[in-house]
Design a protein. Structure first.
Length: 475
């Protein structure tokens, strides 16, 4: 059913209808379209634009339609152009011509962006909830390994020893920032566009502020042209999803390395691994690899929408039909990936002995020598040079730093006395890193505690929003 055509003498060509048709993917907006229609109906009724008895009939039909959409009893058909025309067909089938009365004062331009905002807000809350679950898993796993040492890496080279709990917990910081971004996103996304019409508002006595309140939006549009053309909330959501994907990809990369035979640190649960169709011995960390791979699609969806938006003039353009599939795909992707990564992290076991044995290798304690000299008031540049000479001597003689003799230390720098051996111990190196955010286990315990508290705050805020949104949708 088309919502236009009075001025046309011919129906659109099949190729035109096929290209224009969007109901095969925008049908998932149907529950939100019905809810926004109920809010619009209330304003039309209270403004006297629809008779009370007709409004009650439309309201009853919309609620019936909502149940039928939810159950699958009413679906889009081949002749429907989009979700709006499909639902109007459903109304007119129930009510006849009065079903078309709901279109007064409303355009698909303000209707679709209102629906999409509601859809995005609903699903953003679902993703945010999954992110808090992921952070619980990360922080709980980090707590298990606070007192276990491992090499820290820069450039994928041994750098300095760290608490392995500290290494794992860093990911919770990234996802906490993502949750902050989501909370901030709501300030700009929770804006009602309904009442903007096609682009210029309406001459009918509508009440956009009341509609916004009815739909749970925090504010109403300030400019009707911007209201129908703005898709910043889509682009910003896709940026958040792309960044979440990037953070998931980092986890995927690390877990893939740690599970390799060369590292052999991580034992990924059988539940979160797969095998080979030809090599019976294989146990592959495929969830980690898929998390890494799916990030590319999340990045691509962001670029797709930004590219589509960059050249659109004036108000609504049909190009904006391309805003939905990338958003839907990114949401669907994260809804698949997040639970799998959460489960993988929660069930992975790490080899404490191998990590501890690797912690001092690669001359990772060399910085301790430099710091030892600095504490004796030697300029760091000189201390750095001396520590480097200690490493060079070890490399040329096949030894580790603690195996150098007192005479060799003293020859490199007179301030390097036998006391330097006391700092060439992994436990001492960890315990000494007591500056804010450092890797000393006593600090890591407190860092994890604080991040758990922050995650609880995020979880409560998300639950409160989700409850309010659910109540609005069922009103």
């Amino acid at each position: 059913m088309a919502l236009w055509g009075g001025r046309f003498s011919e129906a659109p060509a099949d190729a035109v209808f096929a290209l224009s048709r969007s109901v095969h993917y925008d049908w998932r907006l149907a529950p939100y379209d019905i809810r926004s229609s109920l809010a619009h109906l209330f304003v039309l009724e209270t403004s006297g634009l629809i008779a009370e008895n007709d409004a009650e009939a439309i309201r009853t039909a919309l609620k019936e339609l909502s149940s039928q959409v939810l159950s699958g009893a009413f679906t889009a058909e081949s002749q429907d152009e989009d979700v709006h025309s499909a639902l109007e067909r459903g109304l007119t089938q129930k009510l006849g011509a009065v079903g078309g009365a709901l279109r007064a004062g409303r355009s698909r331009n303000d209707q679709v962006t209102t629906d999409l905002r509601l859809f995005a807000m609903d699903h953003m809350l679902e993703i945010a909830s999954l992110l808090t679950e992921l952070n619980w898993a990360i922080l709980n796993k980090a707590s298990e390994y606070v007192n276990d040492s491992a090499p820290g890496f820069t450039h994928i080279q041994h750098a300095q020893p760290v608490s392995f709990g500290h290494e794992i917990a860093k990911h919770a910081q990234a996802f906490s920032r993502d949750l902050d971004r989501i909370n901030d996103w709501f300030k700009r996304a929770s804006v009602s566009s309904l009442g903007a019409g096609a682009l210029a508002g309406s001459s009918l006595p509508l009440n956009p502020e009341l509609t916004a309140k009815n739909l749970g939006f925090e504010s109403v549009f300030a400019n009707s042209i911007d209201a129908v053309s703005d898709r910043d909330y889509v682009a910003e959501a896709l940026f958040i999803f792309a960044l979440v994907g990037t953070h998931l990809s980092r986890i995927g990369e690390e877990w893939t390395l740690w599970a390799s035979t060369e590292f052999a640190w991580a034992k990924v649960s059988d539940q979160y691994s797969t095998g080979s169709s030809i090599m019976p011995q294989k146990k592959n960390p495929d969830m980690a690899e898929l998390a890494r791979g799916k990030s590319g699609r999340l990045l691509g969806n962001l670029v797709s929408v930004l590219t589509m938006l960059k050249g659109l003039p004036f108000a609504y353009n049909r190009d904006l039909q391309e805003d939905k599939e990338p958003l839907f795909d990114s949401i669907d992707t994260l809804l698949l990936v997040l639970p799998a990564v959460t489960g993988m992290i929660a069930t992975t076991e790490f080899d404490r002995e191998k990590m501890a044995a690797a912690a001092p290798t690669g001359f990772s304690l060399a910085t301790e020598i430099a710091d030892y000299l600095v504490r004796k008031n030697i300029p760091f540049a000189t201390a750095h040079e001396s520590a480097g000479k200690c490493v060079s001597l070890c490399e040329s003689t096949g030894r580790q730093l603690h195996q150098l003799t007192d005479a060799e230390f003293g020859h490199i720098h007179p301030a390097l006395d036998g006391g330097v051996r006391e700092v060439l111990v992994v436990s001492g190196a960890l315990d000494s890193r007591t500056t804010s955010g450092g890797t000393a286990p006593i600090l890591v315990v407190e860092q994890i505690k604080q991040t758990l508290e922050l995650n609880s705050q995020h979880a409560k805020k998300i639950a409160d929003r989700a409850r309010a949104f659910s109540e609005m949708m069922s009103a």
